[in-house]
Write a protein that binds this ligand. Sequence first.
Ligand SMILES: [Cu+2]
Length: 440
Amino acid sequence: MRRLLPSSVAVIRRPMARFGMQNSAMWRQTPKFRLLSSFTSRSSARHRKPVVAVPLAIVLLGAGAFTYLSYRRNYGLNFLGRSKTSEQLHSLIATDLSPSVEFYQSYDNTQIDVDKLPVEVAQLTTAPHVPPVITRKHPVLLRVPLQTITSLTQVTNQYKYEEWTFNGTAPGPFIRARVGDVVELSLTNCDITGNPHNIDSHAFTGPGGGAALTTAEENETKTGRFKLLCPGLYIYHCAAAPVPVHIANGMFGLMYVQPADEDLPPVDREYYVMQSEIYHEPPELDDDGRPLNVVEFSYPRGLREEPNAIVFNGRESALTRDAPLKATVGETIRIFFGNAGPNLTSSFHVIGSHFLNCYRDGDVVSPPARFVGTTSVPPGGTSIVDLKMVVPGSYTIVDHAIFRLDKGAVGFINVSGPQRPDIYVGNLPPQPCVGCKLHA
Ligand SMILES: [Cu+2]
């Protein structure tokens, strides 16, 4: 009979014998058996103690109910199992994600008497400088006078190029305004080539971004008024035909529309940096057969998207030899960055630093991204980035599509101040690599 017993029973009987329990009746009286059988044996239900089973059931039921209710709430269902209405969901989205959108949308419903607004003339700056923060809390009629002028500029270390410009520089002036302002933009065409010009500002609301109202022939002035409804950093450019030629020749700049309530958190310095491409033909030869140092626009290269040069602030050495950006250890700097293109997306990056705040796409209403390394800025797009300069030295501004550094896409931020060996140190002094364009 014992031989027929399952091996598990035999296993139980061996310890029973060891503890002097010669039969199963004795074993069933032990607390250990009662505990084990409360989980495993239906026949021993009369011995089960509620001390263990009831709390366990409560915990399991509670966990199940919590999971179920969380699921319903996440999928927009109330506690009775009914779906929230679309209005309720819309209200939730508007409240949770974008509290300022409705506020700014109210601007287009508010009629104002423009002639009763205080009048100001915009303070315009050339890159890399930015006008001071606007501190007033009321809208104004903001006069922005622009002129179109040609300018023969040393765009690369090798060549000069006749740029078409707003106010004499490419990029054109930085325009700073505030939501609710009415920009009165007057465009005077002083271009002796006879080309018409205009303004398409991405900050303006209406057909063509203002182009149709501002197209000015040679020696003509056109004026338009544009109420600023949306905060953010926007590019403006000429949109006279053929548009790609006018942009490629240098007719672009940045307009920053400050939020109505208050501007971004203050920083120690603000800079204006704009990326663009230059497309040119090979130089013509002079009477002695030597190549000229002046080149002209190449439509075929523009069409093929093969720029000869990719530059910051209009020319190859704008932020290197001519005028690197400056900062001191401990300062936070803000770069208002725009990409005029006309063709290439920029992978904007500052070597050795991070974008503490990155207001992607120039969006100053949403919370910024934090500690970003590289941000993507398409042609016609912008980004605002804040950097805290912690360690002294030279920091390199690049388009991280890194072959482009050989086409001129390099700039520097020179940071002065005491060393920080606790953060950045080597066993030998720093030694830039020979011939390197990235490290000054
Ligand atoms: Cu133009």
